[in-house]
Design a protein around this ligand. Structure first.
Ligand SMILES: Nc1ncnc2c1ncn2[C@@H]1O[C@H](COP(=O)(O)OP(=O)(O)OP(=O)(O)O)[C@@H](O)[C@H]1O
Length: 341
């Protein structure tokens, strides 16, 4: 069944527990489980009697979020509906292993690859799945879990596995920065330095991230940037620039409260230098979803973005530090990744 209304496109077959979706009221009830943000939102709820079992591969990052995930396979098999899924499990052995596993799964015709980890693990797997028919699942086990929090995926491991049984999905945009894909957020300046420090520290989780922020905040100097956003040129002295696909960094810190992963647009968030005594107010704005009301935050939506900075430096891509040159070409790729949510 396909519904089209007000620019939304809904595809539905069988509801998880209530049989077919029969009318628009039922559809709205169904959708109320989601945060609807944008104009291309697809719900797929597949009737397994028609389509057979789905193959799902769980890719478990053993270090993300500072949690060991011992016994994950056993617990997951207690919660996963094995009449719907044939499941396999694999642990990552090294950085970028999840990308390789994702690419192999796509080539092998796996239906769903589940990232058991944080935004970095999601990024690696999603980069392999992007533009294919293999869907991403998420069991949030990271430090920030930005994309999972935005999508409303439960942080509780068992609830997140059970969520997969609904087999509902949506299609989201991705962004790219000099060819590197991101799905949640990319950033430069202070933001990237924090990611770099966090990656090189042995404390993970929210505490580790806070420690990295507090260490950088007192020493980081603003940089000069030349930006071109959809043909419009501007120059700014900024503490950092975040390019947001979703609204939040993670841990519910929202830098771009209006951002949507389905609008075909990225939000360029320019954070200006602010006096240190304003820091608590900035934190308040982030967690109150009011960053766009701060005089130190400028948010410009765009599809094609070029940022020229003073020199080659760190960039973060979904929280993972990378080194890129001074010229950064960023663009949005609309509707490229299916996510079970
Ligand atoms: N076996 C492994 N040993 C070392 N690093 C690994 C291993 N498996 C994956 N990684 C790396 O772990 C890093 C962190 O993963 P991830 O981003 O998922 O967790 P996190 O940083 O704790 O959470 P978040 O991104 O939500 O803040 C990634 O860069 C990934 O490449």
């Amino acid at each position: 069944m396909v519904f089209k209304m007000m620019g939304f496109r809904f595809v539905a077959s069988t509801a998880e527990s209530g049989g077919p979706i029969l009318n628009f009221y039922q559809l709205l009830q169904h959708l109320s489980k989601f945060n609807v943000y944008a104009d291309t939102f697809v719900v797929l709820n597949t009737d397994q009697s028609d389509m057979g079992k789905k193959r799902v591969l769980f890719v478990v990052n053993p270090i993300s979020g500072g949690k060991k995930k011992k016994g994950f396979e056993k617990r997951a098999l207690e919660d996963l509906d094995t009449s719907l899924y044939d499941a396999e499990f694999v642990c990552t052995q090294y950085a970028n292993h999840a990308y390789e596993l994702g690419a192999e799964a796509v080539a092998d015709g796996v239906d769903v690859v589940v990232a058991v980890g944080g935004d970095g693990t999601i990024n690696e797997i999603a980069s392999a799945l992007n533009g294919t028919s293999t869907a991403l699942g998420i069991v949030p086990e990271g430090s920030g879990n930005g994309l999972a929090l935005y999508l409303g995926i439960p942080l509780n491991e068992r609830a997140a596995v059970r969520r997969l049984n609904r087999m509902e999905s949506m299609v989201i945009d991705s962004g790219s920065i000099n060819g590197l894909l991101f799905f949640n957020m990319a950033g430069i300046g202070f933001d990237a330095s924090v990611s770099d420090r966090f990656a090189n520290d042995n404390i993970r989780g929210a505490i580790g991230y806070l420690k990295a922020v507090m260490t950088e905040i007192s020493t980081y100097k603003p940089q000069h940037y030349r930006l071109t956003i959809d043909g419009q040129s501007l120059e700014r002295e900024a503490l950092m620039i975040s390019v947001a696909n979703s609204p939040q960094y993670g841990n519910n810190a929202h830098v771009a409260p209006q951002a949507s992963v389905t609008d075909g647009i990225l939000d360029v968030c320019i954070i200006h230098k602010f006096p240190l005594y304003i820091f608590p107010m900035m934190v308040f704005h982030l967690f109150n979803k009011t960053a766009d009301q701060s005089e130190y935050v400028e948010i410009i939506p765009g599809r094609q973005i070029r940022i020229v900075r003073e020199s080659a430096d760190a960039v973060h891509v979904d929280g993972e530090p990378k080194a890129l040159g001074p010229v950064l070409d960023i663009e949005v790729n609309p509707s490229t990744l299916r996510i079970i949510c």
